[in-house]
Design a protein around this ligand. Structure first.
Ligand code: ADP
Length: 281
């Protein structure tokens, strides 16, 4: 049988590390929240596919980056979207001057050479996309490349991780039970007050007192979730606000721009949130 085709980068440089671009060389900042690091390590040790559940902007992506670094494994991240097809994950034939050439998609690359593959917001992708991950998430650990007529046996280092926001769950946007049951799951949420303030201060450069005020504002907004707000103010948004304040932007303007305006167009809701901001700044 012919040797499997390698991605262009690998053949051109004569067997260079095809995952070089995906290695994380600097330690990402992760503030442990509970026992998530130990649990993830145990899951990786048995190569359990993992599902990280929680609202947007609460640390799921950062956590998987940190774990990939800690485990010394490359990380291939795919932001899933509704136009994504199975070929976008698995790969496709490309036409170039030399003729047709197969190009591994991110999932094939991770499975072939041994990376952690993180499919961010996997429910956004079409159903046929979730079906291609099935054979990778059971004992078979393989990925059929139907168009190419090849079956990749996953590298021992390969692990699949998906993220999932249960808040967006609807009849249209939910994972099938047959998919969910293949994964172990870790719940993520906005951390408790002191921890979140520590994270916001670290990431944005504002002092702890200001960070604490930002977290108070977020907590108020989170209480309005389901009462006019679809989603609360996330840790990511607090870091945005903090970064503006650290740049010298007045706190009121920073909070309006980074916390209030992005999440609601409703005039009454904006007033309510602006009032929460003025309580603290
Ligand atoms: P998600 O993937 O859940 O949408 P992210 O991982 O992008 O969210 O989190 C947004 C930001 O929040 C991160 O870039 C990081 O700065 C910060 N963050 C949240 N939780 C933590 C944590 N426990 N330790 C360090 N940073 C965190």
């Amino acid at each position: 049988a012919a040797a499997p085709l390698r991605p262009a980068a690998a053949t051109a440089s004569g067997g260079a590390d095809p995952l070089a671009a995906y290695r994380i060389t600097r330690e990402p900042y992760w503030r442990p929240v509970a026992d998530e690091v130990a649990l993830y390590e145990a899951a990786y040790a048995v190569r359990m596919p993992m599902m990280l559940k929680g609202p947007t902007g609460c640390g799921k992506t950062r956590f998987v980056e940190y774990m990939a670094w800690k485990l010394g494994k490359p990380l291939i991240t795919v932001a899933c979207h509704e136009d994504m097809t199975a070929s976008d994950l698995v790969g496709r034939f490309l036409l170039d001057a030399q003729g047709t050439r197969w190009q591994d998609g991110p999932l094939a690359l991770a499975a072939r050479y041994g990376a952690i593959c993180y499919l961010d917001e996997v429910v956004e992708a079409r159903q046929d996309t979730t079906v291609v991950i099935h054979p990778l998430t059971d004992k078979r650990r393989m990925l059929p490349l139907e168009k190419k007529g090849e079956v990749i046996e996953a590298h021992p280092d390969f692990q699949l991780v998906i993220s999932f926001n249960p808040g967006y769950q609807s009849l249209m946007k939910d994972l099938k039970q047959s998919t969910k049951q293949r994964f172990g799951a870790l719940d993520f949420d906005y951390p408790e007050h002191e921890v979140e303030a520590e994270i916001v201060a670290h990431e944005s450069g504002v002092d702890r007192e200001t960070a604490g005020k930002l977290v108070h504002i977020a907590e108020r907004a989170r209480n309005l979730k389901g009462h006019g707000l679809d989603e609360g103010i996330s840790t990511r948004m607090l870091i945005h606000a903090g970064s503006l304040i650290a740049q010298g932007v007045p706190a009121l303007s920073a909070c309006r721009m980074a916390l209030v305006r992005p999440i609601t167009d409703d005039a009454d809701m904006r007033d309510a949130l602006d009032a929460a901001v003025t309580t603290y700044f």
